[in-house]
Design a protein around this ligand. Structure first.
Ligand code: KIV
Ligand code: ZN
Length: 514
C-alpha cells in the first residue's frame, strides 16, 4: 500500500460556506497561495454553480495556482458539473468533485428517490465529469450513516464509471473512530475494484471526533484526508488539517505514512486564515492555539528546563512558530520590510522593493499593523491593486464620560473633506452616527468584536464587524492603537467595499443601457 496520504484542503469550500461573511475573490486567492506554499496536494476552491462570485473565485484560483491540483465541487447533476468544468478549464489539469447522498434518511427524505436511482445518478455524474478531466472524485454524502451493502454497491459503480478518488464523508460527525475505520476496512474487503481508486475521508466534528475518525480511516487504508485550516467548516467544523499533518509527522514511527505538507508553514497559514475569515482560534486548540506550546505548571517548567523531551512531543519551530517578529507599521523602514520578505523566503528578484515599500506604506496608513501575509498579498497583487478608498478618516476627537459621549470627525469623501459631530451612548456610537451622516450609508451591524493584537506596548486594538447591507454580508476590520479609531476604520472598511460594489453596479447598468 502506498505510504503517502494525500492532503485535500477544503477551507475555501466547506470552510468558507460556514463563515458569517463570505470572502472576496482576492482574499480567497490569498489563502490559495498560502495553501500552495503549505504543500497541500489538492485545493477545493469552491462550488462554482452556487453563485457568480464562487465561479469567479474558482476560475481565478485555477488560473494562478500551479503546484496544487485545483478542484471544484458539483452536485451529481450535469449543470453543476458543466459549471465546475467551465470555471476550472483555465488550469492545465484539474479535478471535478461530484457527490450524492447515500444514507437512507437522505435518499428517502431529501432526494425522495430509490437507491437504484441514486446509483444511476452517481454513475451518470462521474461519466459526465470524465468528459472534462481524467481526475474525478466521487463522494457518498452521509456515508457514515449509509448501510454498508448500499455503500459497497455505490462505490463499486462509481469506480466502474471512472472515478479515481472515492470519498467517504462522515457528513454529520456521527461515527466513532473504530466504527468509521471499520467502514473503510469493509470497503477494502468487499468492493472488488477498490484497488482502482484512492479512498478518501471527509469527517465533520459534531462529536469532536473528526481527526480521530480520519486517522482511524488512514490506518484502515484511506490515502486521502479532506481537511480545513483551523478545522473551519459546517457546524462544528471539519477535520483540522494542521492536526492531521502533525499527527502523521509526529507519529510516523507508528503510522508509517507521510504527507507532502511543509510543516513549518502551518503557523502562518493558520494565522492568515483566522484573520481573513474573522474566525479566532481558541487558545487551547491543538497545534495552533496560543497556548499549544506554553507550559504553565511549575513541575512542567522544571522538566522543560532539564530536558524538553519531558513535556514537548513536537517543537514550536516545527510548525514555523518563531519568536514574535517585530510588528510592521507605518514607522517601519524599507530594511524592516525587506527583512520580513527574506524571512518569508522571497528574494529581491521576485519583487520590486521600491514598489512594495510604497504599497506597504499606503496599507500601513490604512491598517495600522501590517502582517506578513499582507506583504505577500501586496507582492502577488502588484498588478491587481485596489483603487484608493473613497472615504478616509482624517481627524477624530472623542470626549467621553459616564453618561454620554461626543465625537467629532473630519472625513475625506473623495475630493472633499467634510466635518461632523454627534452625541451617542458611547464614543463608538457617536462616531458611527457621524460616519453614517457623512457617507449617507446606514448599515445594520450583525456583529461587533474588539480584540487585542500584538503584545506589550506595541499591542493594537482590532475591531471586526459583520454588517448587513441590502441582504449581503460584509466583513470590516480596523486596527489602531485607539479602539474607537479601530472601530471607525472597521466601519469605513465596510462602507468603502459597499461604495466600490455600488460603483461597479452603476457602471454595469450604464453600459447595459447604452
Ligand atoms: O460533508 C460532506 O458530506 C460534504 C460533501 C460535499 C463531501 O461536504
Ligand atoms: Zn463537509
Amino acid at each position: 500500500m502506498k505510504d503517502q496520504v494525500i492532503i485535500f484542503d477544503t477551507t475555501l469550500r466547506d470552510g468558507e460556506q460556514a463563515l458569517s461573511a463570505s470572502l472576496t475573490v482576492k482574499e480567497k486567492l490569498q489563502i490559495a497561495y498560502a495553501l500552495e506554499r503549505l504543500g497541500v496536494d489538492v485545493i477545493e476552491a469552491g462550488f462554482p454553480v452556487s453563485s457568480p462570485g464562487d465561479f469567479e473565485s474558482v476560475q481565478t484560483i485555477a488560473k494562478h495556482i500551479k503546484n496544487s491540483r485545483v478542484c471544484a465541487l458539483s452536485r451529481a447533476v450535469a449543470k453543476d458539473i458543466d459549471a465546475a468544468a467551465e470555471s476550472l478549464k483555465v488550469a492545465d489539469a484539474f479535478r471535478i468533485h461530484t457527490f450524492i447522498s447515500t444514507s437512507t434518511v437522505h435518499v428517502q427524505d431529501k432526494l425522495r428517490r430509490s437507491y437504484d436511482d441514486v446509483i444511476d445518478m452517481g454513475v451518470a455524474a462521474v461519466k459526465c465529469a470524465r468528459n472534462y478531466t481524467d481526475d474525478v472524485e466521487f463522494s457518498c454524502e452521509d456515508a457514515g450513516r449509509t448501510p454498508i451493502d448500499n455503500l459497497c454497491r455505490m462505490v463499486e459503480a462509481a469506480i466502474n464509471a471512472g472515478a479515481n478518488t472515492i470519498n467517504i464523508p462522515d457528513t454529520v460527525g456521527y461515527t466513532l473512530p473504530n466504527e468509521f475505520g471499520g467502514i473503510v476496512a469493509q470497503l477494502f474487503d468487499r468492493v472488488p475494484n477498490i484497488d482502482k481508486a484512492i479512498i478518501s475521508v471527509h469527517c465533520h466534528d459534531d462529536l469532536g471526533m473528526s481527526v480521530a475518525n480520519s486517522m482511524a480511516a488512514v490506518q484502515a487504508g484511506a490515502r486521502q484526508v479532506e481537511a480545513t485550516i483551523n478545522g473551519l467548516g459546517e457546524r462544528a467544523g471539519n477535520c483540522s488539517l494542521e492536526e492531521i499533518a502533525m499527527i502523521i509527522k509526529t507519529r510516523a514511527d507508528f503510522l508509517g505514512v507521510h504527507t507532502n505538507i511543509k510543516h513549518d508553514e502551518i503557523h502562518r497559514t493558520s494565522k492568515m486564515v483566522s484573520q481573513l475569515c474573522n474566525s479566532p482560534i481558541q487558545a487551547n486548540k491543538a497545534i495552533v492555539g496560543a497556548n499549544a506550546f506554553s507550559h504553565s505548571s511549575g513541575i512542567h517548567q522544571d522538566g522543560m528546563l532539564k530536558n524538553k523531551n519531558t513535556y514537548e512531543i513536537m517543537t514550536p519551530e516545527s510548525i514555523g512558530l518563531k519568536n514574535q517578529a517585530l510588528n510592521l507599521t507605518s514607522r517601519s523602514g524599507r530594511a524592516a520590510v525587506k527583512s520580513h520578505m527574506d524571512t518569508l523566503g522571497y528574494t529581491e528578484k521576485e519583487y520590486d522593493l521600491d514598489e512594495l515599500y510604497a504599497d506597504f506604506l499606503k496599507l500601513a496608513d490604512r491598517k495600522g499593523q501590517v502582517f506578513d501575509y499582507d506583504l505577500e498579498a501586496l507582492m502577488h497583487f502588484a498588478n491587481l491593486r485596489e483603487e484608493d478608498d473613497f472615504f478616509k478618516l482624517n481627524y477624530l476627537s472623542v470626549q467621553s464620560g459616564s453618561i454620554m459621549a461626543t465625537t467629532s470627525i473630519k472625513l475625506q469623501c473623495g475630493e472633499e473633506e467634510k466635518c461632523e459631530a454627534a452625541v451617542g451612548n458611547g464614543p463608538v456610537d457617536a462616531l458611527y452616527q457621524c460616519i453614517y451622516r457623512l457617507t449617507g450609508y446606514d448599515i445594520v451591524l450583525d456583529k461587533f468584536d474588539l480584540t487585542a493584537k500584538g503584545e506589550g506596548e506595541d499591542g493594537l486594538g482590532q475591531a471586526d464587524i459583520i454588517a448587513n447591507y441590502k441582504g449581503r454580508k460584509y466583513h470590516g476590520t480596523g486596527l489602531a492603537t485607539d479602539i474607537v479609531e479601530a472601530s471607525g476604520q472597521a466601519l469605513l472598511h465596510v462602507i468603502n467595499s459597499i461604495h466600490r460594489a455600488d460603483k461597479i453596479a452603476e457602471i454595469k447598468e450604464r453600459t447595459a443601457t447604452v
